[in-house]
Design a protein around this ligand. Structure first.
Ligand code: GAR
Length: 208
C-alpha cells in the first residue's frame, strides 16, 4: 500500500477527489495516512476529519522563523512515514530539505498546461485570470513531480480544457477542476501506486 500524505491550504476539492478515488477504487493500493494544512481554517481539514483521516495544521504563524517552520513541516510529514507527498492546492513553498529527502516522491497539481501560466506568482485564480487576459482558447491542468524550481519538475499527466465565450476566472477555474484536476490527480496517484511512473532526466516515462 502506498502511504500518502496530502498537503492543502484551502477548500480541498482535490483532496476530496483523492479520498473519493480511494473509496470507489479508481485509486488502488493507496492509503491516505495524513493531511497537513498551513491554514487552520482550511475546509480541507474538515473534509479529512469527516473521513476519519488524521489532519493537522502546521502554520508559519506559530513559529518565529521560517527555518523553524520548515523543520516542523518536515517533522510533521516524516511522522506519517509517507511513500508519496501530494500537494493538492498547498500554497506554501516546500523546504528544500523536503524536496531532497523525498526526491520524485512529491507531486503537485497546477491549474494550467505547464509551461504556460506557471512559476512564481501563478497560483489559484491568478492562473485563470492570466489565461483569459491572454485570450488562449485551451487551458488545462498538470500533475508533476516537485523539484527545486517552481512548477519545473517532471510532468506526469496533463489534460486540456476548452475556454468558452463569456468565461469568468471563477467559471473557468471550476471547469478546469471538474474536467481536468479531479481526473488527473487521482489517475497520477494510481499510476504511482502501481509502479507505472518513472522519472528519468527531467521527464517521466509512463507504463501503459
Ligand atoms: C487548485 O485549483 C490547484 O490546482 C491550485 O489551487 C487549487 C486548490 O483547490 N494549485 C495551485 O495553484 C498551485 N500553484 P482545492 O483546495 O479545492 O483542491
Amino acid at each position: 500500500m502506498l502511504r500518502v500524505v496530502v498537503m492543502v491550504s484551502g477548500g480541498g476539492t482535490n483532496l476530496q477527489a483523492i479520498m473519493d478515488g480511494v473509496e470507489n477504487g479508481t485509486i488502488t493500493n493507496t492509503e491516505i495516512v495524513g493531511v497537513i494544512s498551513n491554514n487552520k481554517n482550511a475546509y480541507a481539514l474538515e473534509r479529512a476529519r469527516n473521513k476519519g483521516i488524521p489532519a493537522r495544521c502546521i502554520s508559519p504563524k506559530e513559529f518565529s522563523t521560517r527555518e523553524e517552520f520548515n523543520q516542523a513541516l518536515l517533522a510533521g510529514v516524516d511522522s506519517y512515514q509517507p511513500d508519496l507527498i501530494v500537494l493538492a492546492g498547498f500554497l506554501v513553498v516546500i523546504p528544500v530539505e523536503m524536496i531532497q529527502k523525498y526526491r520524485n516522491r512529491i507531486i503537485n497539481i497546477h491549474p494550467s498546461l505547464i509551461p504556460a501560466f506557471c512559476g512564481t506568482g501563478y497560483y489559484g485564480l491568478k492562473v485563470h485570470e492570466a489565461a483569459l487576459s491572454r485570450g488562449v482558447k485551451v487551458v488545462g491542468a498538470t500533475v508533476h513531480f516537485v523539484d527545486e524550481g517552481t512548477d519545473t519538475g517532471p510532468i506526469i499527466l496533463q489534460k486540456a480544457v476548452e475556454v468558452r465565450p463569456g468565461d469568468t476566472p471563477e467559471v473557468l477555474q471550476r471547469r478546469v477542476m471538474e474536467e481536468a484536476e479531479w481526473v488527473i490527480m487521482p489517475r497520477a496517484i494510481d499510476l504511482i501506486a502501481n509502479g507505472k511512473v518513472k522519472a528519468e532526466g527531467g521527464r517521466t516515462v509512463l507504463e501503459a
